[in-house]
Design a protein around this ligand. Structure first.
Ligand code: SF4
Length: 446
């Protein structure tokens, strides 16, 4: 989601006549889009911004800005932490970043360089206000960056109140874009060679529930999936991330009659213990989560499921942890992101008195990781000898004579090929080898 937001901002700069550079040394404006999901991410962003302040010595006009979740939650306070910072823009104001930065930069460049130090006083901009319809501003892409597989942001915000999460504070309440606007964006993308889209939302399956009606028992999200499916040039559809709440039969059924829906869902479980789910304020039971996975596997036989899990949540006993482990083993996830619980400022979980020792979190993390890796490798090994339809997404970073591609189950497949010729194509590949998490194969010639 942050990448999509960054792309939108970059696109506004390129429309405004700027050139995007990846080399901070060349830049006149340096923007860091921040994440607040984990404390480590915030510390990294602060460290990076601190370090990049050195460019001002050589180029006094450089404009520095923080955008995104940390900007939203910390606001003005960031100017104290980072003295060279000029702009702080929250999650509902991405469309204003260009204007703020461009104004400051233009003023600085118009003044004589020896006056710049003085001119910086009082130029800071902090904008973290809410803005109606801000979800409709994330809809443009940078042409040079468009990949055959591209992300499309369909909504912003979240109405849940998970006790460990800062997102509802930083991203506001759920707001969906109209289906017509999303379809228009996707059609424009197909003109640039996009064949696969991943629909993005904090709880993607709850898309539009407060704004748009159900039709024939179908949720707005399923209506959207059908509308995307109708676009001829789109060959594959993915979405991330769904929540057990609102994961109803209409969505499960969609996997039986919408063949372009890929055979993969990333479905965050968080814990296998009902007691911990309740403490997390996740309003479902473990059994409900399992049932959805079972129904999904029945609807789509070759479905791969990946998940997110938190270990060491406050109050998590060995018994709770073992319930999580047991559920993960039984469901047999194709992969999982395992997070050691870390406190987030201004969240109820951070105030809980029964915090778990780091050593226990680490032990559970390693234990679970070993099991998840083992299952993932076994599942990948089962692919050897099969032929998979893969979408070629580009050249391999390590070897220009190799292609990177993804199966419908979202598994990475590498094979000999040239990006210029094959990018965007869906090809049958015979899987010949698995190196744990990556598959290797050869194109099947008919
Ligand atoms: S569902 Fe929970 S974890 Fe996900 S964004 Fe909303 S509050 Fe955060």
């Amino acid at each position: 989601m942050n990448e999509r937001d960054s792309e939108q901002v970059a696109r506004m700069f390129s429309e405004g006549g700027y050139t995007i550079t990846k080399d901070e040394f060349d830049a006149d404006a340096i923007l860091v889009n921040t994440c607040s999901v984990r404390d480590q991410a915030e510390q990294k962003a602060l460290g990076k911004m601190g370090h990049m302040g050195k460019h001002r010595i050589r180029k006094p006009h450089v404009v520095y800005g923080f955008m995104g979740c940390m900007a939203q939650s910390r606001g003005e306070e960031l100017f104290q932490n980072v003295p060279h910072l000029d702009v702080v823009v929250g999650t509902q104001k991405y469309h204003k970043v260009f204007e703020y930065v461009d104004n400051i930069l233009t003023q600085r460049l118009e003044r004589r360089m020896d006056e710049v130090q003085l001119s910086m006083i009082g130029e800071n901009v902090c904008d973290t206000e809410e803005e109606t319809d801000s979800q409709n501003t994330i809809k443009d892409h940078i042409e040079e960056n468009i990949n055959p597989s591209t992300f499309v942001s369909i909504m912003q915000g979240c109405n849940m109140k998970c006790s460990y999460c800062i997102v509802p504070d930083t991203r506001g309440r759920e707001r969906g874009r109209p289906i017509t606007s999303i379809i228009e964006e996707i059609k424009k993308l197909t003109d640039k060679g996009v064949v696969e889209v991943t629909l993005l939302g904090q709880i993607v399956n709850l898309y539009g529930r407060t704004e748009f009606p159900k039709i024939d028992g179908k949720s707005p999200f399923v209506q959207l999936l059908e509308a995307v499916h109708d676009i001829d040039a789109i060959k594959r559809i993915r979405f991330t991330s769904p929540h057990p709440i609102g994961y109803r039969d209409d969505l499960i059924n969609a996997f039986t009659y919408l063949p372009k829906l890929c055979s993969h869902i990333h479905f965050p479980m968080q814990s296998g213990s009902d007691r911990i789910l309740k403490k997390m304020r996740r309003p479902y039971k473990n059994q409900k989560f399992i049932e959805i996975c079972e129904k999904m596997k029945a609807a789509r036989k070759d479905l791969a499921i990946t998940t997110d899990v938190i270990v060491g949540y406050p109050g998590e006993t060995e018994e709770d942890y073992l319930m999580t482990k047991e559920t993960m083993k039984n469901i047999g996830f194709d992969n999982a992101f395992i997070f050691r619980y870390s406190k987030r400022k201004n969240t109820p979980a951070a105030e809980m008195h029964d915090q778990i020792a780091d050593s226990i979190k680490e032990e559970r993390n390693q234990d679970l990781l070993a099991m998840v890796n083992q299952i993932a490798m076994e599942k990948n090994q089962l692919q050897v000898g099969t032929t998979q339809e893969v979408l070629c997404t580009g050249g391999s970073k390590k070897d220009p004579n190799k292609m990177t591609s993804r199966t419908s189950q979202n598994k990475i497949v590498i094979f000999d090929g040239k990006a210029e010729r094959m990018s965007g194509q869906i090809l049958p590949i015979k899987i010949e080898k698995s190196s744990g998490f990556t598959l290797f194969g050869t194109p099947v010639i008919h």
